[in-house]
Write a protein that binds this ligand. Structure first.
Ligand SMILES: [Zn+2]
Length: 410
């Protein structure tokens, strides 16, 4: 399969054409899930796929599947895909690249007159970003049986409009059941959204899995009192206690370097008055690690430090774990197919773990799955300045083509 090559210019032109829909002044994209602009983007993709001879199916969560028949069309498909929705101030590549790379694979197979043994499908997953409707990746989650259909349809935006209503309104509530069918292999191509590949001058990230996450909510309660009249040794300062925990959370990541990351990104101080000692602080802790055992150890360390600080500072503690997503290891054969594709094309590559969630993470529960990362400028994503080079995007698409053809061969 050495001579299989996608048309990088055509891929780039398609990306730029799609980026016109919901284009923002600063060169980014705003195409929120299930808006009129999302419909326009979907229509454009579906039109392109029909022109490429695909049959289109849409399921009840609005997930789109464009299918190119295989020699043995009864075989489960080799599927690729990602999302067309963006953040409100998103870029042109996050998600869209994975969708249009799938289309480019199909167009290339057409150009070369190659018939794969198993059918090929390019997919679009509804509301990956979780920006308009929470949670993120809800439709691939329904497909993988993580959420039920009713839950998916009932997710509401800030105006109270539900996903079910909005799918109806834009004409993308399909009739196909969501999930429950076999997929031979699933691949998602995506920009890295981080700085590692660019810094190491690698063209391809062979994604071996995604890190696990544990989210906590912590409330520390002390006592409000006058900032001028309360002696230092009589205070129960909840913010002082929380600050010690914030520093300790950072230490937890350092202790479990290099793969752990920890963040306190949200804090509410009460009463938040400059001359009252803070009586109550609420904050959120985000712990991530690719190793489940280490992640559990990090959680235990968090509990220990919270208890220690509260007992020393005379504070009450309420610590709740609100979300646990275990680390994901992608399918060894799919990972190998990506690595082989990168090697055979002589692209500089390295194994990498995804720091972010992707539709592929949920799909990996129901199908053998792999992912391909390509570098993005300065590692920046979820930002209008998000950028990637046509050469890197074409390289990732070539690896996708190689991997899909390999896995579609009986
Ligand atoms: Zn994405």
């Amino acid at each position: 399969m050495q001579n299989l090559r996608v048309n990088g210019d055509r891929l780039w032109e398609s990306l730029m054409e799609m980026a016109k829909i919901g284009a923002t002044e600063k060169g980014g994209n705003c195409r929120l899930a299930l808006t009129d602009l999302d419909r326009e983007g979907r229509d454009l993709f579906v039109g392109w796929c029909k022109d490429a001879g695909c049959t289109i199916k849409v399921d009840q969560m609005g997930n789109i599947f464009a299918r190119r028949a295989g020699k043995d069309d009864s075989l489960p498909p080799v599927m690729t895909g990602s999302h067309l929705d963006t953040q409100p101030t998103g870029g042109k590549f996050d998600g869209v690249y994975g969708v249009l790379a799938g289309l480019e694979v199909i167009r290339t197979l057409n150009d070369l007159g190659i018939e794969t043994d198993a059918p090929i499908e390019a997919s679009v997953w509804t509301n990956e970003e979780g920006s308009r409707f929470a949670p993120a990746m809800v439709a691939s989650g329904v497909f993988a049986g993580v959420f039920d259909l009713e839950y998916g349809h009932s997710r509401a935006d800030l105006d109270g409009k539900t996903m079910g209503e909005e799918l109806d309104r834009i004409g993308y509530k399909g009739s196909e059941p969501v999930g429950g069918r076999e997929i031979r292999a699933f691949f998602e191509a995506h920009i890295e959204q981080g700085p590692i590949l660019e810094a190491e001058e690698k063209t391809i990230g062979v994604v071996t899995g995604a890190q696990g996450q544990r989210w906590f909510e912590v409330t520390m309660t002390g006592a409000e009192s006058h900032a001028g009249t309360t002696p230092m040794n009589r205070r129960k300062d909840a913010l002082l206690g929380a600050s010690k925990v914030v520093a300790a959370v950072n230490d937890i990541a350092m202790k479990h370097a290099p793969n752990a990351v920890t963040t306190v990104g949200l804090m509410q101080v009460s009463p938040n008055s400059r001359n009252t000692i803070p009586g109550e602080v609420f904050f959120a802790v985000d712990l991530r690690n690719p190793e489940d055992e280490a992640l559990s150890a990090m959680a235990a360390e968090l509990t220990e430090i919270c208890e220690k600080v509260c007992s020393e500072d005379g504070l009450e503690l309420d610590l709740k774990e609100i979300w646990y997503s275990p680390p994901i290891a992608f399918d060894a054969d799919c990972v190998a197919a990506v690595r082989n594709g990168a090697s055979s094309e002589n692209f500089a590559h390295r194994d990498i773990i995804s720091g972010a969630g992707h539709d592929a993470c949920y799909i990996s529960r129901v199908a053998p799955t792999g992912m391909i990362f390509v570098p993005c400028e300065d590692g920046i994503s979820h930002n209008e300045v998000e950028n990637a080079t046509p050469e890197d995007l074409a390289a990732g698409c070539n690896v996708l083509l190689q991997a899909m053809v390999a896995r579609a061969t009986v």
